[in-house]
Design a binder for this molecule. Structure first.
Ligand code: AMP
Ligand code: ZN
Length: 474
């Protein structure tokens, strides 16, 4: 039984999809104006665990993840520069080039982190027609109004607007900033379409069709979609009016997801998503990640310090997605050692020949215990504990086959790529090991030490256990 904490109900609810065994899942994707930092990546690692857990529960997953390549403004209040246009200025490129570059980098990072690719990875700029169609639907139902800088959704016409995020709209009104756009009817109203400011040209802009305008005198205006509209349009187009699960970060609750719900449900008259899952924010050295602090480490920062993306994945899995994880290079070092321990236990499968066959400790029990942990609201630390408690006895006491199926189960559920990263050693390294054993038997300590150093150069060390000597990756 899979239980997930649902932001919509503020409780841990038993999950079941609308259609039999098919889960329709939408993940808010990255805004591609810069490299993703460790916090962003943590979010996608957690949603990858969600997908793996669903699959382990025998569900098929139809998943959409968007790429926000236009319309995400610097301020949540629909003001300020578009992050993509800002990135373009910073890099002396066009917004299209910036989007393309960081999209490619994101896809490459997904691959490195072993994130299962969603069935649909959709760029907002490829769904402009669908977004305009959604605007037309909302216009027909009377939810929209046009002001100088764009077309807005009137949140006061959607009576449950404040419910999802438990917003206090009264307090929002009272605390309205002085630069609040006073043409808006309500402070919480949001743009579904913004006009390119007078006298400016954007890299990314589209003709505003006359039929979405209240005031056709604005018909020569160019414009671009609002960030919230993008997600609604892509989810409704590809997954239908009501989806099973929608995921994002906790920062999305008060604005982005409240707005997605309002406009989607206003258009369809149906519940937009049955489950809403939100990951907490990762900190770095106990501090919020921010551009000004320069603590938004990227995957390449991690790699350039000699860590692998899998070491980082291990660090993320050590916290449950709703807790505030902490990144530091000390924690990363500990995660690397933790993973290396597992790898060395997995490598025992190559070394069984001259040892007793052992009893088969059933690997399906370990798999089932991991699934039980993950079914408890994606309790990844619990799943790691299951492995910590049993992997060593499985590796030391059971057959090659049982070790293999155990490692496969760990990879299936946690995506740590252990099978692929624990190849057998080459024959010449095996020869070094045999030679070293002979040197030791002959009490030729000098030669034994020389061979130990030669092995270390190949990244291998020997470790004695009560019944045998194993080689390990250093
Ligand atoms: P953005 O590219 O800004 O749209 O963010 C991409 C994703 O990263 C969103 O789902 C955010 O909620 C998430 N996110 C941003 N900062 C953090 C953080 N420090 N920890 C975890 N997730 C984050
Ligand atoms: Zn979104």
């Amino acid at each position: 039984m899979l239980k997930l904490y649902n932001t919509l109900t503020r409780s841990s609810d038993q999950f079941s999809p609308i259609y039999n065994d098919m889960v329709r899942l939408y993940t808010c994707g990255p805004t591609v104006y810069d490299y993703l930092h460790v916090g962003n990546w943590a979010a996608y690692i957690y949603w990858d665990i969600l997908v793996r857990t669903l699959i382990a529960n025998d569900y098929k997953v139809e998943r959409v993840m968007n790429i926000t390549d236009v319309g995400h403004l610097v301020s949540d209040a629909d003001d300020g520069q578009d992050k993509l246009e800002k990135g373009a200025k910073r890099e002396g490129k066009t917004a299209w080039e910036v989007a393309e570059f960081y999209t490619e980098d994101f896809l490459g990072g997904m691959d490195k982190l072993n994130l299962l690719p969603p069935a649909h990875i959709t760029k907002a700029t490829n769904y402009i027609d669908e977004q305009l169609d959604l605007i037309r639907r909302l216009k027909q139902t009377g939810y929209l109004y046009q002001i100088d800088d764009g077309i807005y959704f009137d949140t006061s016409l959607f009576p449950t607007y404040a419910d999802f995020a438990h917003l206090n709209l009264e307090a929002q009104r009272a605390g309205a900033r002085v630069d609040f756009n006073s043409d808006k009817r309500n402070i919480s109203d949001f743009a579904v379409w913004k006009f390119t400011p007078q006298g400016q040209t954007r890299d990314m802009e589209w003709v505003t069709p006359t039929d979405v305008l209240d005031d056709p005198s604005a018909s020569d205006k160019m414009g671009f979609p609002g960030w919230h509209l993008e997600c609604s349009a892509m989810a409704l187009t590809l997954l239908g009016d009501t989806i099973d699960i929608h995921t994002g970060g906790i920062d999305h609750i008060p604005v982005h997801h409240s707005n997605e719900i309002a406009q989607s449900e206003a258009a369809t008259g149906k519940t937009f998503s049955n489950f809403w899952l939100h990951n907490n924010h990762l900190k770095v050295n106990g501090t919020k990640i921010s551009k000004s602090l320069g603590n938004g480490y990227t995957l390449s920062d991690i790699e350039s310090k000699g860590y692998s993306p899998m070491d980082y994945r291990m660090l993320v899995l050590q916290s449950q997605y709703q807790s505030e994880g902490n990144f530091s290079f000390e924690n990363l070092e500990a995660a690397k050692n933790h993973l290396n321990n597992w790898r060395n236990l997995a490598a025992i499968r190559h070394q069984r020949q001259d040892m007793q066959t052992g009893t088969d400790i059933p690997s399906h029990e370990l798999r089932q215990d991991m699934i039980t942990a993950l079914n408890d609201n994606l309790n990844t630390p619990g799943a790691l504990q299951v492995v910590d408690a049993h992997l060593s006895s499985i590796a030391l006491k059971s057959t090659t086959q049982a070790i293999e199926s155990t490692v496969k189960a760990i990879d299936e559920l946690l995506g740590l790529g252990i099978m692929d990263s624990t190849p057998d050693i080459d024959d010449d390294v095996k020869q070094l090991i045999t030679d070293r054993q002979s040197a030791r038997a002959d009490k030729n300590w000098q030669e034994a030490d020389r061979l130990r150093d030669a092995l270390a150069e190949r990244g291998i060390q020997l470790k004695d256990s009560s019944d045998a000597t194993y080689w390990q990756y250093i």
